[in-house]
Ligand binder design. Structure first.
Ligand code: HEC
Length: 140
């Protein structure tokens, strides 16, 4: 009996690992998140997040307020003062805001960079002393 339990546990871990690895690669928003985006965000940010207006564009790899999901979630909840980007925290739950932040971030295919704020907090952001990226192909 105990042997059987162990086998099941190991299989469970393997499944959980596969699910986590998959989640990191492709983010699939839920129907509810897609509906929310359509209802509340799309009129300004466009269906594909690729607005011709630079500050509204999510797909160009440029983020005014930081490119991490947490930075994006903060703007969605608190808004960008002085712009048409209003705070949504009274209309949406924290879970909805987080899901929208992940969805909006997924329009941008570039990996997360250190945002300005994060750079200040961690000055030694992944650079060699020469200022070149650490990863150079071997033997070239
Ligand atoms: C009335 C138009 C409008 C609506 C609706 C709107 N936004 Fe925005 N949004 C803006 C504007 C304008 C900006 C640019 C703010 C700035 O220049 O700092 C912005 C900026 C943002 C940013 C920051 C982008 C960056 O480069 O850092 C995020 C994230 C964002 N919006 C998400 C959303 C989400 C999610 C929704 C729906 C819940 C939404 N917005 C609805 C107008 C809108």
């Amino acid at each position: 009996m105990s042997r059987r339990v162990r086998v099941v546990a190991v299989a469970g871990l393997a499944l959980a690992g596969a699910a986590l690895a998959g989640a990191a690669d492709v983010y699939k928003p839920s129907e509810a998140t897609l509906e929310l985006y359509k209802a509340k965000c799309q009129q300004c940010h466009m269906a594909d997040g690729n607005s011709p207006l630079e500050p509204l564009n999510f797909a160009d790899g440029k983020w005014i307020h930081g490119d991490k999901v947490e930075d994006i979630a903060k703007i969605i909840s608190e808004g960008a003062p002085g712009t048409a980007m209003l705070p949504f925290q009274s209309q949406l739950t924290p879970e909805e805001i987080h899901a929208l932040a992940r969805y909006v971030r997924s329009f941008d295919k570039t990996p997360v960079k250190e945002s300005e704020g994060a750079k200040k907090a961690k000055p030694s952001a992944a650079k060699t002393p020469t200022g070149k990226p650490a990863k150079t192909p071997k033997g070239e």
